[in-house]
Write a protein that binds this ligand. Sequence first.
Ligand code: GLC
Length: 437
Amino acid sequence: MNTMLAALLTAVALGAPFEPTWESLDKRENPAWFGEAKFGIFIHWGLYSVPAWGPKDRYAEWYWHDMMDEKGETRKFHDATYGADFKYQDFAPLFRAEMFNPDEWADLFARSGAKYIVLTSKHHEGFALWPNDEAWNWNSMQAGPGRDLCGDLIASVRGKGIKMGFYYSLYEWFNPLYKKDVNRYVDAHMLPQLKDLVTRYRPDIIWPDGEWEHPSETWRSTEFLAWLFNDSNAPKDIAINDRWGKECRNVHGGFATPEYGHITEGGLIQSGRFEECQGMGRSFGYNRNENVDSYRSATELLHLLIDNVSRGGNLLLDIGPTADGRIPVIMQQRLVDMGEWLKVNGEGIYGTSAWNDAPKVEGLRFTQKDGVIYAIALKWPEAGIEFPSEQPFTSATLLGHEGALDLRQDSGIVHITPPALHVDAMPCRHAYVFKLQ
Ligand code: GLC
C-alpha cells in the first residue's frame, strides 16, 4: 500500500477531518504507537544551558526569569559570576555546542530503551533551536552554535528508528509583541513559527507549554490543530499533549502531562491517557548547582517508569545537556542502566496497559498485555509473591530466567515462589517481572 494511502487511512482511523473545535478534536484518540512506547526522553537545551544554574529546588531553565528578581538567589549568582552588566542576551555567543554529536546522542537514546524524544525547540526565553524568520537572529543558526540543532538531532534520532518531536513554548517571557498585543503575537509570530516547525521537520509529537496565561481561544489552538491533522504534512499519527490553553490541562488535547506527579487522577489521566514528565533531579535544564545527591538512582527512576506504566501512562524523563553539547555522564549512566533493565524486562512494559483488576499490594505493580499479567516486584521477593486474584493462572515465569516457577492459587490468593538464586545469578537488578498466564 503506498504511503499516501496509508497516511490517509491512518488519518481517517483517527477521525480526520476535524473541525476547529474541542468537541471535534477531542474525539481523536492518541495514536497507538504513543500508548505502546511508554518511555520517552525529554531534552531541555537552550541559552539557559550556558549559566546552567538555579537554586537547588528550582528549574534552571527559568534562569532569565529568575535573574530579573533583584533580590533573588539567581541574580546574586549572576552578578557574582558574570557581572551586573552581563545581559542574558550575552549568553548567546557562549552557547556554542562545539562538542554536539547528534549521532552519539541517538546511540545513547537507543541504548536507553526510550522509544521517542522530545526536544525544546523554543523555551520561554524565545531563543529557537532552528532557523526561522520569526526568531530572526535569535536562533541557533544565526547566533551561538551556527547550527540547526533541531534538524541535526531529528535526522540522527530517526536514523536509529526512534520517533522524535518538539516541545514549543506558546508564550515568551519578554517578547515586547507578546507583552503589548498577544493577539498580534499569536497571529504574526507564534502561529507562523509553530507551522514552520511542523512543515520543516514533520515531527512525531508536538508538545506545547507556556500556555497558562491565556485560554486556548487566544492561542487559536483548535485552528492550529485542525490545520495540523487535516492539512499539514505532519505524520497522520502525530501525538499531541494537553497544554493548549489555561483551561486545557487534563481536559483537552491528546495526553495529559502531569509533572513531578502534580496530578495523578481524573480527566484524561483516568483513561490512562497521560505522560508523567520529570528531570532526574529537580530541574529540566542542566543545573550545575545540583550534585550527586540531587539525582535519583537508576532503581528510583525505573520504579518511576514502572509505577506510571502500571497506571496506563508513559514516562517522559528529562536530560539537560551542557552548552558545549555534552550529555552529563551521570545522566548517560542512568539512561544506560535503564536500557539494560528494559532489555531483559521490556516485554512487561512496552505495549502493555493497566490491569484493571490489579490488587493493591505493597511493593508490587501490575501490567497486562494480550491476556498475560505481569507482576512486577520492586525488590527481590525472597519470601515469594502473594496477591489476591480470582483470575485463574496456569503458569508463572520470571523474565530473564529460564524455567517454570512454583505457582499455587488457593482460596483466591496467588502464591509464586521465585527461583533460589544467588544475587549474581539474578536476571537483573532494580525490579523483577513475573509473567503469569
Ligand atoms: C513547566 C516549566 C518549564 C518546563 C515544563 C516541562 O511548564 O515552566 O520550564 O519546560 O514545565 O514540563
